[in-house]
Design a protein around this ligand. Structure first.
Ligand SMILES: [Zn+2]
Ligand SMILES: [Zn+2]
Length: 331
């Protein structure tokens, strides 16, 4: 892409100091009290003056409703000791998104969530019809859409409804993970070097290099469904796990050219071996970076790397890359 405002920014893996430590936590669980609230705040922050302002603001309303519903989520079954043992023995994720029997409560919570969004949307908002359509969706087609979404099947998937249904699934899984984690510290078994969430088996949205404490400078993959974060090698393809041919592309505002050492907070980590990429966000450069919100707000970077022939890996439940000619969800 040859946008006049931006120029590609690159640096090599050799420039990045590799660290390792035995004390680094392998898994960071989302915090019920802040997960969706921080995401909503970040979306509002990013929406100002953004080309996708209306969509980012709609998703901020969705995340605010997710936050409120998560504080009072109804009791639903969590894994039995037998299920915990079976998952540990098989190495499968305990709350595997494509196998865990969803409690019907998730549908009620989704509809309540969307009613809250409707209450906040302006009367003339073009997004209202899409939100209402998901509220009105009968149980069976709703469950079918959820199945497709969680299995990554795009055939027959309603791309406009998917981010709203995805928000309900995120809410349910965030609650499930929080409730299940009360069973004990070893209930989830992270496998080092895996590109799938140790709690729910989903793909990441992005990776985050963290600051503070034992996580300082460590890179974590951020689950697209339950928001758990798990440790991953610092310079490694998160799709094919190759350590070779990894490069970083960022967007740098042209007026930053006087400051050549200033690196972008969000980059695409590209892999020469499999030609995939996933975004990596650096908290040391932007402490408020939030994987889902910042991914949505940096679609220009996706355009840049896709024009270079790289394929996006991972997923963002709040934005589906289905038909490349389609609009990015309801707006
Ligand atoms: Zn997960
Ligand atoms: Zn790769």
């Amino acid at each position: 892409m040859n946008s006049p405002e931006y120029q590609p920014f690159q640096h090599t893996p050799e420039e990045i100091a590799l660290r390792s430590s035995i004390d680094v936590p392998l898994l960071l669980l989302p915090k019920r009290g802040s997960l969706f609230a921080e995401r909503a705040l970040r979306l509002r922050q990013k929406a100002a003056g953004h080309a996708m302002r209306d969509y980012l603001m709609l998703m901020a309303l969705v995340c605010e409703a997710q936050h409120e519903r998560l504080q009072h989520f109804p009791q639903v079954p969590i894994p039995t000791q037998e299920q915990v043992d079976a998952a540990a023995a098989s190495g499968e994720a305990l709350l595997a998104a494509d196998r865990w029997p969803r409690d019907p409560a998730w549908r009620g919570e989704l509809r309540s969530l969307l009613r809250q969004v409707l209450d906040k949307l302006p009367a003339d908002s073009p997004a209202r019809a899409g939100v209402q359509a998901v509220i009105d969706l009968p149980d069976e087609p709703l469950e079918q859409q959820a199945d497709r979404l969680l299995s990554g099947i795009t055939l027959g998937l309603d791309v406009a409804a998917a981010p709203l249904i995805g928000a309900g699934l995120q809410l349910y899984w965030a609650h499930l993970v929080a409730a299940t984690s009360a069973l004990g510290p070893t209930v989830f078994r992270p496998v080092q070097g895996s590109n799938r969430c140790p709690c729910c088996g989903s793909a990441p949205t992005a990776s985050l290099t963290r600051v503070g404490g034992k996580q300082e400078g460590q890179r974590y993959l951020c689950c697209s469904l339950c928001a758990a974060q798990w440790l991953m090698g610092r310079v490694q393809c998160t799709h094919c796990l190759s350590h070779e041919g990894i490069h970083y592309r960022g967007l740098q505002a042209a007026d930053d050219s006087t400051e050549p050492t200033k690196r972008p907070a969000i980059e695409a980590e590209t892999c020469d071996a499999c030609k995939h990429y996933l975004k990596i966000m650096h908290m040391a450069r932007e402490v408020h970076a939030e994987p889902v919100a910042d991914d949505l707000a940096t679609l220009t970077l996706d355009l840049l790397v896709s024009e270079e022939g790289y394929i996006r890996s991972g997923s963002n439940m709040l934005l589906l890359f289905g038909d490349p000619d389609a609009e990015p969800g309801p707006s």
